[in-house]
Design a protein around this ligand. Structure first.
Ligand code: SF4
Length: 450
């Protein structure tokens, strides 16, 4: 038997995880934020790529079976999703099952935390099942602001990126619509049904219009939905305490992993707003601009001509991308806010200023901690009645957030709670949320809300 060396393992990982052409494959998307994941699948379908959002959380036992307990919780959940999907496909198709027909999507992030390792670990586990070494893992990285090179044909790349970014913003908007309407609905359950239907309609809209040069068909469909959603609100229900949610992107957005925390907050009288998904993508682009600027200054100082040109081009490219993203995001929010007052998103440059003001934290450290700490401070400054930090148990950036944001919130007299998840059900969790909401309500009675 051939001895498997470390070098072999690295080769297998680098060959089986990367940017592969998705044409002709079924592109498998793990569900993170439910709506955004489905809209993204709509975009892929719109460009002729058969795409599917995998059933989620049902494979958690499988995920746990093939991890040691030390991995981040999102890594376990997503591993369970892909293993269960493959198991069911094998059972469904029998001899017709061909692993090569699938491509599994698992993006990554550089920096000090472990998100960059999920896809490598998933590769190792998939390779241990007969035939699943032939399922390629497609990845995109925050290192180049999730550029699509190699995944999508060059001639479609720009249009695809525009539609994909729009799907993310529209996903955020539908989530915000849900959180804005549900606490004030006339009849219990109406909003959930409405948002489910809206997700289906907008997924179809993205499938139909994504590859068109003009994306106005998507905007028109969104307006119809927002107009309808507004009518669900009972104007006689008085305003409720406003709660801002920050934390680790996967668990705070994945309803089953966070045991639907926002619904529990609402049960105890809150109107809550979670941080958006576009915030993370804007942050990765912003960070590339920031790094290119530092490199440019350094190269100018050393008068290295070739490097000056390279960093200048990089700086311009990412600045242009960021400008486009902000413009598109502002446009969608402006259209929707003509009908209903949902919260706008923070600008990343503003969040960096918030941190710099009192030297609270630095973008140099990276990770989501810089977004969560600054957003918590911003919620506090704006007069929110409480802040919730949702994260996977043992998550490094979220524990940093907790250690910095918690004392700051205490200083500002803003109720604050950390809620960590690892798949277990803790009997005291709901009681802690209820107590937090009691404090938030006292804050609301005295200070009002923004
Ligand atoms: S952000 Fe937290 S959960 Fe995500 S990879 Fe980093 S340490 Fe793990």
């Amino acid at each position: 038997m051939k001895k498997v060396t470390k070098l072999d393992t690295f080769r297998v990982i680098s060959e089986g995880v990367g940017r592969f052409n998705v044409q002709g494959k079924t592109f498998l998307i793990p569900e993170m934020n439910r709506i955004g994941s489905h809209l993204l699948a709509g975009v892929f379908n719109g460009f002729g790529i058969n795409s599917k959002v995998m059933e989620t959380y049902e494979g958690l036992d499988l995920g746990k079976e093939f991890t040691s307990g030390k991995e981040c919780f999102p890594c376990v959940v997503t591993l369970g999703d892909i293993l269960l999907f493959m198991k069911k496909e094998r059972e469904r198709l029998g001899n017709g099952f061909n692993p090569e027909n699938y491509m599994y999507f698992m993006p990554e992030s550089d920096g000090p935390c472990r998100f960059g390792m999920y896809n490598k670990y998933h590769r190792i586990v998939l390779d241990s099942f007969p035939g699943l070494d032939r399922v390629k893992i497609a990845t995109l990285s925050s290192e180049d602001a999730y550029a699509l090179d190699g995944l999508i044909p060059k001639e479609q790349m720009q249009d695809f990126r525009k539609a994909a970014y729009l799907s993310m913003v529209v996903g955020d908007i539908l989530d915000r619509l849900l959180w804005r309407i549900r606490p004030y609905e006339r009849e219990e359950g109406t909003t959930d049904k409405f948002i489910d239907d809206a997700m289906g309609l907008m997924t179809e809209s993205f499938s139909k219009h994504s590859s068109e040069k003009n994306l106005s068909g998507i905007f028109n469909d969104l307006v119809v939905i927002v107009e309808e959603g507004k009518e669900i609100i009972d104007p006689n229900i008085p305003q409720k305490p406003l709660i801002g949610v920050v934390g680790e992107i996967y668990v705070r957005s994945h309803l089953k992993s966070n045991q639907d925390t926002i619904r529990t907050l609402e049960k105890y009288g809150a109107e809550a707003i979670n941080a958006s998904i576009a915030e993370w993508v804007n942050y990765t682009t912003y960070d590339q601009v920031r790094l290119a600027k530092i490199a440019l200054k350094l190269n100018l100082k050393r008068f290295r001509l070739k490097e000056i040109k390279e960093s200048l081009l990089k700086y311009l490219k990412y600045n242009l991308t960021l400008f486009y993203q902000y413009m598109q995001q502002r446009k969608v929010y402006r259209i929707v806010r003509n009908y209903i007052n949902i919260e706008e998103d923070h600008k990343i440059g503003h969040l960096e200023k918030v941190l710099k003001k009192n030297n609270t934290f630095s973008f140099e450290v990276g990770t989501e901690a810089c977004l969560s700490i600054s957003s918590a401070l911003e919620y506090g400054r704006r007069g929110y009645n409480g802040v919730v930090n949702i994260f996977p148990f043992t998550c490094m950036p979220s524990n940093i957030t907790s250690s910095i944001a918690k004392p700051l919130m205490a200083k500002l007299n803003i109720p604050y709670i950390d809620i960590s998840y690892d798949g277990s059900f803790q009997p005291g969790r709901e009681a802690a949320i209820r107590t937090f909401m009691y404090q938030a309500y006292q804050h609301f009675k005295i200070q009002g809300r923004p």
